[in-house]
Design a protein around this ligand. Structure first.
Ligand code: KMT
Ligand code: NI
Length: 179
C-alpha cells in the first residue's frame, strides 16, 4: 500500500520526507475521502499487464506517455521541478504510474494540511480535478512515470489561488459529501 503522512512545517529541502515527530501516517481510506485513489501494479511488466489494461479501459484512460525526470533527460529540468512544486490544481484528473525511481505527491486535506504521498515503483495514483497539490523528486533525484489521460491531454496547472474554476467548486462539493 502507498505510504502517506502529514508533513511538518519546515521550509527546508523539499526532497526530504518531512515527517512529523511523532509520525502521523495517513491511511489509503483517508486519501479516498479526498478523492485520491491508489493502486499497486507490476511495473516490470507494464507493457503487457492485464491489470493496467483493465484500469485504462474502465476509466477511459485512452492516452498515455512516459516522462523521465532526471537532470540529464528532462529539458528545462530546474524550471519544471520548480513549477511541479508550486501549489496548483488542474481541470482534469492527474494520473501517474511510477515505473522506476520515486518521488512525493503532496495533497491538501479538508483542513488544508499537507499530506505527503510517497510514490515508488509500481504505485499508481489518481488526483481528482480541482484538488490542490504539488510534486517533488525525493533525495534520489530520479523518477520515470507513465502519465495517463482521458482523451487529449491538457497539463495546464493553475497555481493557487484558483478557486473560481468549476472543477474547484465541484471538488469542494465532493468533499462536503464526505464530511
Ligand atoms: C506533474 O504534472 O506534476 C508531473 O508530471 C509530475 C511528475 S510525474 C511523476
Ligand atoms: Ni499537477
Amino acid at each position: 500500500m502507498v505510504q502517506a503522512w502529514y508533513m511538518d512545517a519546515s521550509e527546508e529541502d523539499q526532497r526530504t520526507p518531512h515527517r512529523l515527530q511523532p509520525d502521523e501516517p495517513v491511511a489509503v481510506g483517508e486519501l479516498r475521502l479526498l478523492g485520491v485513489h491508489s493502486y499497486k501494479l507490476d511495473a516490470d511488466n507494464y507493457e503487457t499487464d492485464p491489470e493496467l489494461d483493465k484500469i485504462r479501459k474502465e476509466n477511459n484512460y485512452s492516452w498515455m506517455d512516459i516522462i523521465t525526470i532526471h537532470k540529464d533527460t528532462l529539458p528545462n529540468y530546474e524550471q519544471k521541478l520548480k513549477s511541479f512544486y508550486e501549489e496548483h490544481l488542474h481541470l482534469d484528473d492527474e494520473i501517474r504510474y511510477i515505473l522506476e525511481g520515486s518521488g512525493y505527491f503532496d495533497v491538501r486535506d479538508q483542513q488544508e494540511r499537507w499530506i505527503r504521498i510517497f510514490m515508488q515503483k509500481g504505485d499508481m495514483i489518481t488526483l481528482p480535478a480541482g484538488i490542490y497539490h504539488r510534486f517533488t523528486l525525493d533525495e534520489n533525484n530520479y523518477i520515470k512515470a507513465m502519465r495517463l489521460f482521458v482523451g487529449d491531454p491538457i497539463w495546464t496547472p493553475f497555481n493557487r489561488p484558483a478557486d473560481n474554476y468549476e472543477a474547484r467548486a465541484k471538488y469542494l462539493t465532493f468533499l462536503t459529501q464526505n464530511a
